[in-house]
Unconditional design. Structure first.
Length: 338
């Protein structure tokens, strides 16, 4: 009975050893089978896992094929655009802003001859936009061109719908930041400022009004009746001055005296004159009163000892430099040109 049990245990151990060797052999064969190249399409059926891997591989190949055959489009080149900007009278326009629509970095300003140049503009069709104070915005279509070349595009600006023009100084130079408005509007503190090129633009309703231009350092411009369009020109004036001598009651020039403005009536509804009072000291009794606006003045002369004398009304024209004025206690002051 004991021998029977031993035989059974020995056989069970033998079976266990055989099974263990079989499992070890299977594990050794599996990596080799995975490393083998996939069989051809006429090979016998494979396991379900291998069929899934093949199907996935074929799907990836089909998805990659369209991009593999497609060629990348060549990048757009660049060019230069240049030209001249003119007004409706074919006159060159300075200070016109030129830009390529949808390309904010491509922007420039026309020079004094109306010329402009834009670099690195794409060769694709683009829209050129031109803007200037007093003129209608203009858009020009520019066709496609070859890269690395220069393309000529001239631009003509039409007058805007309002009233526009320019402010210049007595020498004809443009004046920036001058205030322009109708005389009645200035009383209501309503005006517009000129741009860096001296241009201004007022509403269409300003046509027919009398306008002036003002800025510190110059006398007001003469009044101009505004018209529709851009042809309105306002010319600032230099301040006027008077110069002459003072003679006291003894017929001699005082060595020291004070001149002040007693009253002032501006010409053409201009602004009131600022206060003026200045002391002069010289052996000739000479004086110069600068910075006068156009209008009529009465001056007071203070003499040593508290004595005073008053001039008659002296008319001063815009920008006039009057000389030879005589303030005398012995006779009425001379007013040349009256």
């Amino acid at each position: 009975m004991f021998e029977g049990r031993w035989i059974v245990a020995w056989m069970a151990g033998l079976v266990l050893v055989v099974v263990s060797f079989a499992m070890i052999a299977g594990l050794r064969d599996e990596p080799a089978s995975r490393g083998q190249s996939p069989p051809s399409r006429i090979s016998p059926p494979r396991e379900h896992g291998e069929e899934f891997e093949e199907a996935t591989s074929e799907l990836e190949t089909d998805l990659e094929e369209p991009w593999a055959d497609e060629e990348e489009e060549p990048a757009e080149g660049i060019r230069e655009l240049s030209g001249i900007v003119t007004d409706s009278s074919n006159g060159a326009l300075e200070g016109v802003e030129i830009e390529v629509a949808d390309f904010g970095r491509l922007r420039t300003i026309s020079d004094e001859d109306g010329g402009f140049r834009l670099h690195s503009v794409p060769t694709q069709p683009v829209i050129l936009v031109a803007r200037a104070t007093g003129y209608a915005e203009t858009r020009v279509s520019v066709r496609r061109s070859e890269p690395d070349g220069e393309q000529r595009v001239d631009v003509s600006l039409a007058d805007g719908d309002g009233v526009a023009g320019e402010v210049v100084d007595p020498d004809g130079a443009s004046v920036a930041r001058a205030q322009v408005g109708c005389v009645a509007d200035f009383k209501r503190q309503r005006s517009v400022s000129t741009d860096r090129y001296g241009r201004f633009e007022l509403p269409e309703g300003s046509a027919g009004c009398e306008a002036v231009a003002k800025i510190q350092g110059f006398d007001d411009s003469p009044q101009v009746v505004l018209e529709l369009g851009t042809g309105n020109l306002l010319v600032l004036a230099r301040f006027a001055s008077i110069a002459g001598v003072v003679i006291d009651s003894d017929g001699h020039p005082p060595r020291s005296f004070v001149i002040s403005i007693d009253s002032f009536h501006p010409a053409e509804g201009g602004e009131a004159e600022r206060r003026y009072r200045h002391t002069f000291s010289n052996p000739r009794g000479s004086f110069t009163v600068p910075g006068l606006r156009a209008g009529s003045y009465v001056f007071t002369v203070g003499l040593p000892g508290g004595r005073q004398m008053q001039s008659t009304s002296i008319a001063v024209k815009r920008g006039e430099q009057r000389k030879g004025v005589r303030f005398s206690a012995q006779e009425p002051p001379e007013t040349p040109g009256d």
